[in-house]
Design a protein around this ligand. Structure first.
Ligand SMILES: [Zn+2]
Length: 260
């Protein structure tokens, strides 16, 4: 797989770009701080699909709680795969890169967040921010996180989410949901570029009787995850995120945004 930090950084870049182009009337951010909250959510959401892998960055994000959750998600994904796969589909040893690595999951996760926010209001916004920013910290600053206890990281995530909540008090459920969907899609695009590919349209669209066919680029363009190519991708997404951060801070109008 592509490593966690690369996924998170690609999510941050996608979130900053989307924050700039999404019109405020569609729930886009109305301020610079709102744009960063948006990018933090997409960066965190870009780790969500690997919740089906107990060894992944995300599973260690919130200590034993997230580790236990990862096992549940892995088993659940395996169950969904075996319930929907046909005789022509390949057998899977475990649930990794199945249910949570589909566009259906990307849209369901976003719709779920939007529904939670419309049902429970501000507490739901705070909860979503806490989870997503906690993941984003893990993904974007892995060295700093390694030096600190997960409890301390979780405490900082809680503080940040309250700040983010205050800074973007008007954030709507659909906008938060859209940020989650964009983050998950950024993850899927990253994984689709690696050797195994991802079952993007499973289990909805079947081809040749297969419901879990993987979308992957031609073999010569595929990259070996965690090899030098992952480092190059991480570097490229970091440069892109830094450039976008610079523009969001100093020249948002050059991105088409007109924030106060
Ligand atoms: Zn993945």
């Amino acid at each position: 797989m592509v490593m966690g930090p690369t996924h998170a950084m690609s999510g941050a870049a996608a979130g900053l770009a989307m924050a700039a182009v999404l019109p405020p009337t569609w729930g886009g951010p109305t301020s610079v701080s709102g744009a960063f909250v948006f990018a933090g959510v997409t960066a965190g959401a870009a780790l969500l699909p690997d919740l089906d892998s107990p060894q992944a960055t995300i599973a260690r994000s919130f200590g034993p709680a997230s580790q236990a959750l990862a096992h549940v998600v892995e088993r659940g994904s395996a169950a969904i795969h075996s319930a929907t796969s046909t005789r022509r589909d390949d057998h899977r040893e475990n649930g990794h890169r199945t249910a949570t690595h589909t566009l259906a999951f990307a849209f369901l996760a976003g719709a779920g967040v939007a529904a939670l926010v419309s049902a429970f209001g501000k507490p739901a916004v705070l909860g979503v921010l806490f989870l997503m920013l906690g993941l984003a910290l893990r993904g974007l600053f892995p060295k700093w996180v390694k030096k600190n206890d997960w409890l301390m990281v979780t405490g900082i995530a809680a503080g940040l989410s309250v700040l983010a909540w205050v800074a973007s008090a008007s954030v709507s459920g659909p906008a938060l949901g859209a940020a989650v969907t964009v983050g998950v899609i950024a993850h899927l695009v990253g994984d689709a570029g690696t050797k195994m590919g991802v079952p993007l349209l499973a289990p909805i669209v079947s081809i040749n009787g297969k419901r879990w066919w993987d979308v992957a680029p031609p073999s010569m363009l595929r990259i070996k995850a965690s090899g030098p190519a992952d480092k190059i991708l991480l570097g490229a997404f970091t440069v892109l995120s830094v450039a976008l951060t610079y523009l969001v801070l100093l020249a948002p109008e050059s991105l088409g945004a007109n924030w106060a």
